[in-house]
Design a protein around this ligand. Structure first.
Ligand SMILES: C[S@@+](CC[C@H](N)C(=O)[O-])C[C@H]1O[C@@H](n2cnc3c(N)ncnc32)[C@H](O)[C@@H]1O
Length: 213
């Protein structure tokens, strides 16, 4: 937990009304130990997508579609989202959940493909990119995503604080020393990236936000 228990309880208590579909997805994630976005992080992505008037969104790491749903719900009727996932069962589950929310497959393109290959095939511009695949691959995803963003477009990156271990610079048994070192190096490069203006927020597990210059 990055914020204090009191802050967490307050944020949970003041959250928007119950969302049965998201609650079912959260239960699915917990049951199968699938790491998915928490409600605060999802709300942040949703608000940001709306704030920048995002029409085209790309995501790395669909899992069962929690972050995809938060982002897709922020899009206008002619908006589109491309999301990459390498696990077929997760991708299929995401497809079913999104269909139940009325999101058409024609607009929400869930690709069963390694993002490193998939991103290289995409044509920009995109308004927003969300990176949430393998943490050790963040550098590669970022390298492929930055050229796809429009000026003023946003890239959001999840788990950049790894339960706070990235700040403490020591393993908690879940995040390894190697993962923490990789995350610290990634954060440094993101914050100094010449094409981006970036900041790190302590929302969820740490979300980095960077706007393309
Ligand atoms: C943390 S989960 C994504 C959670 C999801 N974004 C959410 O918040 O609901 C990371 C996912 O990325 C997928 N993944 C890992 N490497 C990938 C790659 N190279 N391309 C696409 N997906 C990948 C994993 O199978 C896993 O389901």
């Amino acid at each position: 937990m990055i914020v204090t228990p009191a802050v967490r309880e307050y944020l949970d208590a003041t959250r928007s009304p119950a969302d049965p579909l998201l609650a079912e997805m959260q239960a699915h994630g917990a049951r199968e130990r699938i790491p998915i976005l928490d409600a605060q992080s999802g709300a942040l992505l949703h608000v940001l997508a709306r704030a920048i008037g995002a029409r085209r969104v790309v995501e790395v790491g669909t899992a069962i579609g929690v972050s995809t749903l938060h982002l897709a719900r922020a899009l206008p009727p002619d908006g589109e989202l491309v999301s990459f996932e390498i696990d077929p069962a997760r991708r299929d589950a995401a497809q079913r959940y999104l269909e139940r929310d009325g999101l058409e497959a024609a607009r929400i393109d869930l690709r069963l493909q390694d993002a490193r290959a998939g991103l290289a095939e995409l044509a920009g511009p995109f308004d927003l990119a969300f990176l949430d695949g393998v943490k050790a691959e963040y550098e590669n995803y970022l390298r492929l995503v930055v050229p796809l963003l429009r000026p003023g477009g946003l890239v959001a990156v999840d788990n950049v604080l790894m339960s706070g271990t990235v700040a403490e610079n020591r393993s908690d048994g879940h995040w390894s020393d190697e993962q923490i070192a990789t995350a610290r190096a990634f954060n440094e490069r993101l914050l100094a990236h010449p094409e981006l203006v970036a900041t790190i927020t302590p929302v969820g597990d740490g979300i980095a936000l960077a706007a393309k210059r």
